[in-house]
Design a protein around this ligand. Structure first.
Ligand SMILES: Nc1ncnc2c1ncn2[C@@H]1O[C@H](COP(=O)(O)OP(=O)(O)OP(=O)(O)O)[C@@H](O)[C@H]1O
Length: 306
């Protein structure tokens, strides 16, 4: 469990993180989203005590990072996959980390196997591809078998196979009961990886909600209705105060509050109009995310003007 309370970071006159409070719970993947510069990395750095908060606190399992007796056993993090020394081998790099945290060599071999780096264990890191570096960074995060894991943009620059591998890993870590917080810009990827979302904009909390609630609340569902008599159907809907938008192919799209497939179907039946298709077009996470963050930008702009 991670508990963030009133977390604030100012760099001079710029407020990067602004009174942020949220919990990250175990047993599920929590996606951490926000536009560029929203303050995600700064937040993660403060949770890991790599940056000092101007105000507020972050606790991991009830303690601040600096109070953890053996941090690697409490929290694992992938912040910058390029951080390992290029002259070392993958195994050598992990052995040094393990030794300084009193973790045995057996665990090094276990994590190398878990991330699929066994064949490259004795290869120098400077010859590693981006995907191999990400795997090595994840191996380091897993070294202490920690209950809490933080990943900042783990799929950056990975090929589809690497992206799928990370997705499966995140989900299996959560299924083991761990707390998993992952930031990403790839909405399609987040949509299939995360169970819960924390969205920030300009350092402030915009949403802390389940994935499906987030989409339902922030993006309009649309209903597509197709009838051989679209003009008459549009009039029937109009009389029920449901606005429809005629499409070139003869179908009608109904968005917003009137987008209720059952009601549209009932109205057509009452009017004796045939319906050949009635489809609920669900919004994507990307639609919902863009709608929400666009709103946040407008809000910030009007606030500044006011
Ligand atoms: N060391 C620093 N000195 C001054 N400003 C900083 C520093 N680190 C971050 N910032 C500023 O704080 C804000 C938040 O940055 P941060 O990197 O946390 O955002 P982010 O959400 O991780 O963005 P991205 O998605 O682009 O990585 C930005 O405006 C950034 O310019």
């Amino acid at each position: 469990m991670i508990e963030v309370r009133g977390l604030t970071k100012r760099y001079g006159s710029r407020t990067a993180v602004d009174g942020l409070s949220f919990d990250v719970r175990p047993g599920r993947v929590t996606g951490f989203l926000g536009p560029n510069g929203a303050g995600k990395s700064t937040t993660l750095r403060m949770v890991l005590d790599l940056d000092r908060p101007t105000a507020g606190s972050a606790h991991i399992g009830g303690r601040r990072y600096r109070e953890l007796a053996c941090p690697l056993r409490e929290v694992g993090a992938l912040l910058d996959a390029g951080a390992a020394h290029g002259g070392r081998t993958a195994r050598g790099h992990l052995l040094i980390l393990a030794e300084s945290n009193r973790i045995g060599a057996k665990r090094v071999d276990e994590v190398l196997a878990r991330v699929g780096l066994e064949p490259a264990a004795r290869t120098r890191i400077k010859g590693f591809s981006l995907g191999m570096r990400q795997r090595l960074g994840i191996a380091a995060a897993l070294l202490g078998d920690p209950p809490v894991l933080l990943f900042d943009e783990p799929v950056n620059g990975l090929d589809p196979e690497g992206i799928r591998w990370i997705r499966d890993l995140m989900r299996s870590l959560a299924a083991e009961g761990r707390t998993v917080l992952v930031s990403s810009h790839l909405m399609s990827e987040m949509a299939v990886t995360a169970d819960h979302l924390i969205v920030i904009g300009q350092g402030r909390l915009l949403a802390d909600t389940g994935m499906s609630d987030f989409i339902t609340t922030n993006a309009r569902t649309t209903v597509l209705v197709r009838s051989p008599r679209p003009g008459e159907l549009a009039c029937v809907l109009d009389r029920a105060h449901i606005a429809s938008d005629p499409q070139d192919d003869g179908s009608l799209l109904v968005a917003g509050v009137g987008a209720d497939a059952a009601r549209i179907g009932d109205l057509a039946a009452e009017a004796g109009l045939p319906v050949h298709e009635l489809t609920v077009l669900r919004a994507s996470l990307e639609d919902a995310y863009l709608a929400m963050t666009a709103g946040a930008t407008e809000f910030a702009a009007s606030k500044r003007e006011g």
